[in-house]
Design a protein around this ligand. Structure first.
Ligand SMILES: Cc1ncc(COP(=O)(O)O)c(C=O)c1O
Length: 455
């Protein structure tokens, strides 16, 4: 029978510690800077937005961090997730490569996002917080936080990027089922939302705008905090359960990847799978690590490495990262979760230091790959995930051409059952392959020209 199709861990094998890559970085992260003074900021300046227990994790230099019991209990609702061998896909491609996918689509909202949502809801609750605000692009993060808040008895408010809100009305209903309030962003509920609506009533919105709205709402009251589903160090940390499990699962079948692949929007599912393998790479082991993004939002492949704001309203601290500029409003491609102007500082640092290779793909290539995957493996992936699948298929085809055996590991970050309008557009032949025009990029980078440059 050979390798099993599903490699399963027992519930008591969920990792009990997260892996923090910070102490292992060849070059340390440079500090966030104050949005007005440009000076490095201390933990107390983040306190109106995040609870102190999460701020401590954000700056921690401790390699292994214990996962609290109540977080493990909630994670056990869907973890450990299966590691699956895509045998039928391999056969269809006629490749000598082995393709494994870590199936994060089995969580209740359908993606990797609850791995951090559950942890963040827990730490906020412990800190005495009653309500969380957030933004969502694809709707996966908003759903995950809505669920986590309902599991821990917190209120939840979600600002959903207008274009996704219109494309995916069922996501709003999922959030409602988990007792959260979801509105389209820009909204009339915040000053920045009203200002943008007055200037551009038809704007599709962006994650940068939705983040500004969620932060503005958060700082209005003492018992509310803001929660971010990607980008920050503590989010990357919480996601490492993915890679830690995958490593153990591959060990069970005596395998180790030659290449590890994840799609990258803000960087969290990519980090979650790859950081435990990057630990090995930093310590001398040979493994290729690839982050893929859309050509329409090519943060890692075309953006500069600079300090920039995390939001359009310029309210967040300045972070050292690859960015397309905080004013960037991405074209309305269907992978809503990959339409963010910036990238996690940790992922940016690793790209900068040559440990991670970024690649950009067109959306038609991604949807073709998603459909081939669905027709061979059965699972229908999220549009974001299709970028990782397409990259794995490219690698598998290359292995065939070179006649090389190769082990490919990809993060199957979420299912696409709420994202079928993208598939509909693909089947109709309506999807356009958009590459960001050079002059648009130059225009949106004007906003970062005068910001400090990290080393
Ligand atoms: C299924 C899925 N994959 C990937 C992403 C991209 O986010 P990140 O880069 O933080 O994993 C999203 C974001 O919404 C998502 O929903």
């Amino acid at each position: 029978m050979g390798t099993p199709t599903r490699i399963i861990l027992r519930e008591d094998e969920i990792p009990t510690q997260w892996y923090n890559i910070q102490p292992d970085l060849p070059n340390p992260l440079q500090p966030p800077l104050h949005p007005e003074t440009g000076e490095p900021i201390g933990p107390e300046e983040l306190a109106p937005i995040f609870p102190m227990n999460l701020i401590e994790q954000e700056v921690s230099q401790q390699r292994w961090i214990d996962i609290p019991g109540p977080v493990l209990e909630k994670l056990a609702t869907y973890r450990p997730t299966p590691l699956q061998r895509a045998k039928a896909l391999e056969e269809a491609l006629g490749t000598p490569a082995k393709i494994y996918y870590k199936n994060e689509g089995v969580s209740p909202p359908g993606s990797h996002k609850p791995n951090t949502a559950i942890a963040q809801a827990y730490y906020n609750k412990e800190f005495g917080i009653k309500r969380l605000t957030t933004e969502t692009g694809a709707g996966q993060w908003g759903s995950a936080l809505a669920m986590a808040c309902s599991l821990f008895g917190l209120e939840c408010k979600v600002f959903m990027v207008r274009i996704s809100f219109d494309q995916k009305p069922l996501r709003k209903l999922m959030m409602q089922a988990w007792n959260a309030d979801c509105v389209a962003s820009p909204s009339n509920e915040t000053e920045i939302g009203r200002r943008i609506l007055a200037e551009k009533p038809d704007t599709p919105g962006s994650l940068g705008i939705a983040i500004s709205e969620a932060i503005e709402d958060c700082v209005r009251s003492d018992d509310t905090r803001y929660s971010l589903g990607s980008v920050l160090n503590h989010v990357m940390l919480h996601q490492t359960v993915i890679g830690l499990e995958a490593k153990r699962q591959l060990e069970m079948v005596g395998d180790y990847p030659d290449v590890v692949i994840g799609c990258a929007g803000g960087g969290s599912n990519f980090a979650g799978l790859s950081f435990p393998f990057l630990y090995d790479k930093i310590n001398g082991r040979q493994v290729e690590v690839v982050a893929t993004e859309p050509t329409a939002c090519p943060t890692l492949t075309r953006g500069p490495f600079t300090y920039d704001f995390g939001d359009t309203g310029m309210t967040t601290p300045l972070l050292p990262m690859y960015t397309l500029g905080h004013d960037f409003v991405p074209p309305p491609i269907h992978a809503g979760g990959l339409r963010y102007h910036g990238m996690a500082p940790l992922v940016s640092r690793l790209v900068r230091d040559g440990l991670v290779e970024p690649r950009a793909l067109h959306q038609n290539d991604c949807y073709e790959s998603a459909v081939l995957f669905a027709r061979t493996e059965g699972f229908i992936c999220a549009p974001e995930t299709s970028h990782a699948i397409a990259t794995a298929i490219h690698e598998a085809r290359r292995a065939k051409e070179e006649g090389k055996e190769k082990t490919i590991l990809l993060n199957w970050s979420g299912h696409g059952l709420m994202d079928l309008s993208g598939y509909e557009a693909f089947f109709r032949g309506d999807l356009v392959d958009l590459a960001l025009p050079e002059e648009d990029l130059r225009e949106s980078l004007k906003g970062v020209e005068d910001l400090p440059k990290p080393k």
